[in-house]
Design a binder for this molecule. Structure first.
Ligand code: COS
Length: 398
């Protein structure tokens, strides 16, 4: 398969020569990788090993701690996820979790914490995870009930986290817990919990429609040292939001990769499928669908690249810029994932019976894309974030 479908957009002005080289080299590398994905946990470990060995995970951490670039570069993350997702959504997942599971350490870790965890993440020798959600606290992350209490130099965690990606295979978890239950979102703190900590059970695997490592974590008098606190006491909610902000644009990019793959599959199929004396691609109905699919992908792509460019080139130090970026990332995540779902559904429809045949690429993409509209902030949460931002900007202008 030609790399043009995943590298053509690199000529856009959002990207520089470094990004263009990254995209081309990654596409050439990933196309040669064959990983047996029948066991999601084993496959994920294998992808992390290969991604680490080849140096791609270095884009998840800053250069000081073994990373490829001085700081996390949103456009590089976007290119990496879009390209990996085009070839293997599980490879993309493995890459993304190394970033999401270490992002809070990059943002707020002490230098000892960064030394201890980040270079292992970049090499693929440590598997990372981000543990925010609970059974009754998904979109309403501030409603979490997991409790962390300090006594001397020790912290005790009790409660449960669920839907934790990399759960069961991670070497450590960035866990968010209530440290001041009366203070709402201002009473949450982050901690780094090593997977082998006494009192942590991460063995409950959750099976989902597009298999990937996912588990429930149970904390029963789980004891960790006070030095495992990540960032400020009671500053955990904002740290979680800042971490999610970085990676939301990259979820959009993963959706783009899957949608571009679906379009490529649809085009190839339409050009080869004979129907009523001509090819499927010769029908105007088919051309109209392909046109709509291409436009939906490009619309999501422009929002995604804009969000990544804003973070890299305008920054988030100024509060107004930070708010603009948060809204832009939310728009990108919402539009790219929703559009990708439509594109993949249209591609499946074009394949007819072949589209629902187990084992076909379109059938697996149809399952792979669904969770992206839910995790790291469901579409409805993105709508809220954008809506609040629009109201704030409007009031500020009035
Ligand atoms: N960056 C920095 N700070 C942020 C922020 C961001 N992106 N978003 C919110 N905050 C801050 C707010 O400024 C506010 O600060 P103050 O306490 O100083 O006022 C605080 O966090 C609480 O914000 P808010 O009142 O908006 O919180 P809500 O409880 O209303 O929640 C949503 C807002 C719904 C947006 C949030 O809970 C969310 O993103 N939920 C989805 C969580 C998610 O993605 N889950 C998936 C987990 S990973 S698979």
């Amino acid at each position: 398969m030609s790399h043009a479908a995943v590298t053509g957009h690199l000529a856009l002005p959002f990207f520089n020569a470094g990004h263009q080289a990254l995209g081309r080299e990654l596409a050439a590398w990933v196309v040669g990788q064959q990983v047996d994905e029948s066991d999601d946990r084993a496959a994920c470990r294998e992808w992390v090993r290969r991604l680490g060995e080849a140096g791609w995970l270095r884009y998840c951490v800053p250069a000081e701690f073994g990373g490829a670039l001085p700081e996390l570069d949103s456009r590089a993350l976007v290119i990496l996820r879009e390209t990996l997702a085009y070839y293997s959504p599980l490879a993309d997942f493995a890459f993304a979790m190394q970033g999401l599971g270490s992002g809070a350490i990059t943002l707020a870790g002490t230098s000892a914490q960064k030394q201890r965890y980040l270079s292992g993440v970049a090499q693929g020798s440590l598997l990372a995870a981000f543990a925010l959600s609970e059974a009754d606290a998904g979109s309403d992350a501030g409603a979490m009930a997991t409790r962390a209490t300090r006594s001397g130099d020790e912290i005790t965690i009790d409660g449960s986290k669920t839907w934790i990606s990399n759960g069961g295979i991670a070497d450590y978890y960035c866990v968010f817990a209530k440290t001041d239950p009366q203070a709402g979102t201002r009473g949450i703190t982050a901690f780094i919990v090593d997977a082998d900590s006494a009192g942590l059970d991460d063995s409950e695997h959750i099976e989902v429609m597009a298999p990937h490592p996912l588990a429930t974590l149970k904390f029963a008098q789980c004891r960790i040292p006070a030095s495992a606190q990540l960032g400020e006491l009671n500053g955990g909610f904002k740290l979680a939001m800042r971490t999610l902000d970085i990676f939301r644009a990259s979820v959009a990019a993963a959706a783009l990769g899957m949608a571009r793959r679906a379009l490529a599959e649809a085009i190839t199929y339409a050009q080869n499928r004979p129907m009523f004396g001509q090819r499927l691609a010769d029908f105007q109905l088919t051309q109209a669908k392909l046109g709509e699919m291409a436009a939906l992908i490009d619309a999501g792509a422009m929002l995604t690249y804009r969000a990544a460019w804003l973070r890299d080139c305008v920054g988030t130090d100024d509060p107004a810029a930070a708010q603009a970026y948060t809204a832009a990332a939310a728009m990108a995540k919402m539009c790219a994932t929703e559009n990708a779902q439509r594109v993949i559904d249209m591609a499946l429809q074009m394949h007819g019976g072949m589209g629902v045949k187990r084992g076909s690429k379109i059938e697996s993409l149809y399952r792979d894309i669904r969770a992206l509209r839910i995790y790291e902030g469901a579409t409805e949460v993105q709508q809220l974030i954008i809506g609040k931002s629009v109201l704030r900007s409007f009031s500020a202008q009035a």
